[in-house]
Write a protein that binds this ligand. Structure first.
Ligand SMILES: Cc1cc2nc3c(=O)[nH]c(=O)nc-3n(C[C@H](O)[C@H](O)[C@H](O)COP(=O)(O)OP(=O)(O)OC[C@H]3O[C@@H](n4cnc5c(N)ncnc54)[C@H](O)[C@@H]3O)c2cc1C
Length: 487
């Protein structure tokens, strides 16, 4: 019996996809990466997952875990490794090299493991399978009058496992933190097929190494997350958002400080929106502009609380206006208006806005928060110098110093000149990111996209330590090879 036939006889026909049925799982959602796999394997339980991993370990088949495949960095699809893929993992600082040979792989789709195991309001936790979507978790928490705070545009498809594996962030990080701040306990299938049950619901536990931390941001390179205990917060029935036109990026930090002092912890989101993106989204989706005033940048701020928030939001906006930091503001007073503001925010990716987006340079940078404006200006300066006709715009999570920055051609004629300097542009912006003490991956992971660029960001000894962890947990190197650790 072939390897795939063996898996099929174990999991049944719906557990193993091949041919055209497998194709949608082999291309990353930005269309940048497509790989090959023997099959897409869809276990429905922890036991099935463990059996699949054991079969792969004994056959030397690589495993590419996949959740909703909404990841931005090509981590969830097999690497297209040609002859060049025979290259080993980079030499360590001691000069040795870890083997990372090309090998047949499967995509391990976790989407059938999508159940909510339990909601425990008195523990303020929810336990979910790795393939449950973020939206499912949010809804289950809300039904128990609790809040599961992580939230972003792909909430309906992105899964708990993918969010843990990328340490996903999103719009509420300012107040609630990333997935790292929400993971209390984890169950994972290790690379040899053993199941590690770390499904604890403890707020405090200083009994040795906190192993679940290793799986956060590991992008499936250490094992497969199967179930998680996640932290809940008090529900915030009162929320209100406002869009304000701001007078330049140098007003961002004073505005953030003002919001913190007037509205305290109720500020859950503090997002930068560029005029060019606002305009384009409204045109594409035929939405009425929430504000007719045009400034180069807007701020989308949301307050959320157990108490009404309008007064505090109004006071913040009034004071910001008196100080001349904002020139206009629209406060959402209906659910429809609120949802329109957040639709605009969710749709800002150029992927939805310009057909030439795939040629562009795209960054998920974080810098120390007070450097966000200067960093944005520097990236724009570099782009204007190298590709004068290209569009540069940044949006994102101001409160976390995390900016999604894009430089792209917006016409077909602009593509060829853009591509002629694209690598140089990328290199110069990366250098600027490192100079500002930033990271190339704030919340999207390294995957395949950044593997060749991320090296200079950390000292060699730090990558050595990561390789040591990888070798300890996955000595055969079968977990998501050619991802994350730099080449
Ligand atoms: C419109 C849009 C908006 C987005 N906005 C944000 C945002 O604001 N903030 C943000 O952080 N992200 C954002 N993302 C990116 C994406 O949604 C997140 O990275 C998300 O965490 C990926 O989840 P997923 O289930 O789709 O994972 P996938 O894309 O399937 O996988 C991502 C990585 O996790 C690994 N993985 C998946 N499941 C498991 C598992 N069970 N065990 C071990 N490893 C696993 C994969 O191997 C891969 O390396 C956005 C994406 C889109 C399309």
């Amino acid at each position: 019996m072939t390897f795939v036939a063996g898996l099929r006889s174990d999991l049944g026909p719906s557990g193993v996809l091949t041919g055209a049925d497998a194709a949608p799982y082999l291309t990353g959602q930005r269309g940048l990466f497509t790989g090959e796999a023997l099959a897409v394997v869809r276990p429905a339980s922890v036991d099935e997952t463990a059996r699949v991993v054991r079969a792969c370990a004994s056959a030397g088949v690589a495993i590419v875990p996949q959740g909703g495949n909404t990841g931005m960095s090509g981590g969830a699809v097999p690497a297209a490794v040609g002859d060049s893929g025979t290259s080993a993992l980079p030499a360590t600082s001691e000069g040795s090299a870890s083997p990372d040979p090309p090998r047949p792989s499967i995509v391990l789709s976790m989407t059938r493991m999508n159940r909510i195991v339990s909601v425990d309001p008195h523990r303020w936790t929810i336990t979910a399978e790795a393939g449950a979507t973020i939206e499912t978790v949010q809804q289950a928490a809300a039904a128990a009058n609790r809040l599961f705070a992580p939230d972003w545009g792909a909430r309906g498809t992105a899964t708990v496992g993918g969010a843990i594996a990328t340490d996903a962030g999103g719009n509420n990080v300012l107040r609630y933190g990333t997935m790292r701040d929400h993971l209390l306990g984890l169950e994972a299938v290790l690379a040899d097929g053993r199941v590690w049950d770390g499904l604890r619901a403890l707020r405090k536990d200083s009994s040795g190494y906190d192993l679940k931390q290793l799986f956060i941001g590991a992008e499936g390179t250490l094992g497969v997350a199967t179930r998680a205990v996640l932290r809940l917060h008090p529900a915030t029935p009162h929320t209100q958002s406002a869009l304000a036109a701001i007078r330049g990026l140098d007003r961002l930090m004073p505005l953030l400080e003002l919001a913190a002092s007037r509205c305290g912890n109720d500020v859950t989101a503090f997002e930068l929106i560029p005029e060019v993106g606002l305009d384009r989204v409204c045109e594409k989706l035929a939405l009425a502009r929430p504000l007719h005033t045009r400034e180069e940048f807007f701020l989308l701020v949301r307050l959320a609380s157990s108490e009404p928030v309008s007064e505090r939001l109004g006071a913040f906006l009034a004071e910001a206006s008196e100080r001349g930091w904002i020139t206009d503001a629209a406060v959402a007073v209906t659910d429809e208006q609120e949802s329109r503001l957040w639709t605009i925010r969710d749709e800002l990716s150029p992927m939805f806005l310009w057909p030439q987006h795939e040629h562009g340079v795209k960054l998920d940078t974080a810098v120390p928060i007070d450097s966000l404006g200067p960093y944005h200006d520097e990236a724009r300066r570099i782009a204007a110098e190298l590709v004068p006709g290209a569009l540069t715009y940044g949006f994102g999570h101001v409160g976390d110093g995390n900016i999604h920055l894009y430089v792209l051609p917006t016409s077909d004629d602009g593509v060829a000149p853009f591509l002629s300097v694209r690598d140089k542009l990328q290199e110069r912006i990366d250098e600027a990111t490192f100079r500002f003490g930033g990271t190339l991956s704030a919340e999207h992971g390294i995957g395949q996209l950044l593997r060749d660029r991320i090296g200079p960001q950390k000292p060699a000894v730090e990558w050595d330590l990561m390789r040591a962890v990888k070798n300890a947990l996955d000595p055969q190197g079968i977990m998501n090879p050619h991802k994350t650790l730099p080449a």
